[in-house]
Ligand binder design. Structure first.
Ligand SMILES: Nc1nc2c(c(=O)[nH]1)N[C@H]1C(S)=C(S)[C@@H](COP(=O)(O)O)O[C@H]1N2
Ligand SMILES: [Mo]
Length: 321
């Protein structure tokens, strides 16, 4: 694949990470959580501050040798940022990179509302500064049966959840993407009901794997990956990982989700990766890792069963797909 300049990353996005010290403290301290933590967190932010990932060679070389906890190498920066699903910018895999330059990701606010003590409108910079940063290598398994291994940077959703203090009525969280057809021209077409919405149960949101991603490959999220703030839920199909979030609502009832609204027989609320439950139109037993030719078996909960399966004990996962 051709390596092109990411002209959709405005230079204003490439700001120094002054959360660097927080992150270091976090990783040395409370990083008991599962998932693969990257090593040498400091060198990453320090080394890339002020640079642009114009070519693969400019990316911190340590990424070349990193693997996930199953021993699989990372997908390249090029793959992670030019093969995307982001229907607000078109339904083709290469559309988001081509079209997402029209999204203005600063200033950006996130409205936290519903069943919480500390509802409010928060600047995304404030959220990023407030919560300790974490780096995680996660597999992303798309329902279309391809997958990638991606080095994310962000904060744990549970830190945000605990900070806003959900009331005893809060059982679920709904996430909403920006609605602005001027910036997101794909929203002019009724491919999905806009804005894109997703949801998690509160315990899923508080699971230590669940990340609010703000960066990838050591740089702030490119627009096509969901800048400035997107969810990453690695044991669920990719569509749960909603991008460019503007609202987080705590509520008692299970929220509607975009793909479930569009095709309820095909996409459920839970969407846990499950090789035993086929999509009605294709098998979920195997997947193609982007960049590889032969397919590999799909693992229950995308390989994170040990960390998450207990949240679903007693549930019929064929019914709650
Ligand atoms: N707002 C929004 N979020 C979205 C989507 C989308 O179309 N719109 N696509 C989802 C799907 S289907 C996948 S597989 C992942 C892809 O994330 P990536 O492009 O960063 O790999 O984003 C998810 N989040
Ligand atoms: Mo997906």
């Amino acid at each position: 694949m051709l390596i092109r300049k990411p002209d959709d990353i405005p230079s204003s996005e490439i700001t120094p990470y002054d959360v660097y010290l927080n992150r270091r403290r976090f990783i040395q301290g409370a990083a008991a959580a599962a998932g693969t933590l990257l090593t040498a967190p400091g060198s990453l932010a320090a080394g890339l501050t002020g640079t642009r990932p114009e070519q693969e060679q400019e990316i911190d070389p340590r990424f070349r040798t990193l693997e996930d906890e199953l021993g699989d190498p990372l997908n390249s920066f090029e793959e992670v940022t030019s093969y995307n699903n982001f229907y607000e910018f078109g339904t083709g895999k290469e559309d988001p990179k081509r079209n997402a330059g029209s999204l203005r990701t600063r200033p950006w606010t996130v409205t936290i509302t519903g069943e919480v003590e500390k509802a409010g409108v928060f600047d995304v910079e404030e959220l990023i500064k407030r919560f300790s940063m974490s780096e995680r290598i996660y597999r992303l398994r798309c329902v279309e049966a391809w997958s990638m291994v991606i080095p994310w940077e962000g904060f744990l959703l549970r830190h945000l959840v605990d900070w806003v203090q959900p009331t005893s009525r809060a059982k679920y969280i709904q996430f909403t993407t920006l609605f602005d057809p001027e910036q997101m021209p794909g929203q002019r077409r009724p491919v999905l009901r806009w804005p894109y919405v997703e949801g998690l149960r509160l315990d899923e949101a508080r699971n230590p794997l669940t990340l609010m991603a703000t960066g990838v490959y050591g740089v702030p999220l490119p627009n096509q990956n969901g800048a400035p703030l997107r969810l990453v839920v690695p044991w669920k199909y990719g569509f749960k990982s909603i991008k460019s979030i503007v609202e987080i609502r705590f509520q008692e009832d299970e929220p509607p989700t975009s793909w479930n609204l569009a095709a309820p027989q095909e996409y459920g609320f839970y969407a846990n990766v499950n090789p035993e439950v086929d999509h009605p139109r294709w098998s979920q037993a195997r997947e193609r890792r982007i960049g590889e030719f032969s397919r590999r078996p799909t693992l229950p909960f995308n390989g994170y069963a040990e960390q998450v399966a207990s949240m679903y004990s007693g549930m019929d996962l064929r019914r709650y797909y």
